[in-house]
Design a protein around this ligand. Structure first.
Ligand SMILES: [Zn+2]
Length: 361
């Protein structure tokens, strides 16, 4: 059975979710008011959508069969080598670069509908990098404006969300991502993009490279986002030592409301205390953290200890298709592998609703 599908009992087809207790599976599926705050649009492209895009001649992935496609894009083992990882990402990237906004519209429509019907998600924050989706070669040639393709993809995202919401009960908030790998200029362009779409964008995120020098180089972008009233979430402490989290908070200031991953946060009790004091929330992504080698096992994941320390936490999928998971899988893994209780899960879900940046109607 392919990952991201579920049998009649709600048992997902992932390796990690195998052996999950039936009673928990039923309970998890009964929860239809789930809130997901950390999900990348780009790593959530459903295999069935990719296959349809190839069928229609919109994107040529070069796969002979649906099974080949799934094998190529879904991680089932912890990261072994970066080459294989980047090849998986290239396939996701092709969807947007080759398929253009027409593909983006279909991708988003399917993703949002899947979240509503298969995962019981009622509130979804979907994040995306306009540079990654729309390309940015013009930036490197010294253009002053970001490429118009970014706007085209944004329009397609909005239309895809609207199409899904016309037949499913789900609210969606859009978060613009700066991939720090693209450099500071791309950051400022993404801030300009967010300003242009201010009424449709609810928050701002920084992803990828966490080196201290790189993090600091985006302080201007963080200030620009803050100036237009956009709350920040930042990928930090994703396997990087805890001083990187502190550095991030120091560089990006009080606009930082949430931390993506922060798997090393517990290594600095004073910083844990600071996060509690400032009401900063951790977006935990257990399967992602395990597969990317940030934690040695799900049992060793810091989420239960973060909760015990009083940190506000939420449960998320990150890139559900890439990591072969769903929100239902993450909830079941919390119950079965991480000693988290049902009341704790429900509390984290309430937290997620409370700290969400916002959702469209
Ligand atoms: Zn992420």
């Amino acid at each position: 059975m392919p990952p991201n599908s579920a049998d009649a009992e709600g048992n997902a087809g992932t390796e990690l979710a195998n052996g999950i207790d039936h009673e928990d599976s039923v309970w998890v599926r009964q929860q239809t008011d789930k809130v997901e705050l950390h999900r990348h649009l780009e790593g959530s492209v459903l295999p069935k959508t990719m296959w349809r895009l190839q069928d229609k001649g919109m994107v040529n992935f070069g796969f002979e069969s649906f099974e080949d496609l799934e094998r190529h894009i879904i991680m089932t083992e912890p990261l072994q080598d970066w080459d294989t990882f980047f090849k998986r990402f290239e396939t996701f990237h092709k969807v947007f670069l080759e398929g253009g906004p027409a593909a983006t519209r279909e991708v988003v429509k399917d993703e949002v509908a899947f979240a509503a019907t298969e995962e019981g998600i009622s509130h979804l924050e979907l994040r995306f990098s306009p540079h990654y989706m729309g390309g940015g070669e013009e930036l490197l040639k010294g253009r002053a404006e970001y490429p118009s393709s970014w706007d085209d993809h944004m329009q397609a995202i909005i239309e895809g969300c609207a199409a899904a919401k016309s037949s499913h009960s789900i609210r969606v908030g859009l978060v613009a991502i700066v991939s720090r790998n693209y450099g500071p200029k791309s950051g400022l362009m993404t801030a300009a993009f967010a300003r242009r779409w201010r009424s449709d964008v609810v928050g701002f995120d920084f992803a990828a490279n966490e080196d201290k020098e790189t993090t600091a180089a985006f302080a201007d972008t963080a200030a620009a986002a803050h100036q237009m009233g956009l709350p920040l979430t930042v990928h930090t402490g994703e396997g990087y030592s805890v001083d990187h989290i502190q550095h991030t908070l120091d560089c990006y200031g009080p606009a930082v409301r949430r931390l993506g991953h922060a798997t090393t946060l517990l290594d600095d009790p004073a910083l844990v205390e600071r996060c509690c004091r400032q009401g900063i929330t951790v977006e935990s992504c257990p399967t992602s953290n395990f597969l990317m080698g940030c934690v040695p096992s799900l049992e060793a994941h810091p989420l239960p200890r973060l909760l015990a320390a009083g940190v506000t936490c939420t449960v998320n999928t990150d890139n559900p298709v890439l990591f072969g998971t769903t929100m239902n899988d993450e909830w079941r893994l919390c119950l079965q592998r991480m000693s988290i209780t049902r009341p704790q899960l429900l509390r984290m879900n309430d937290n997620a609703k409370a700290v969400a940046f916002g959702f469209g109607d």
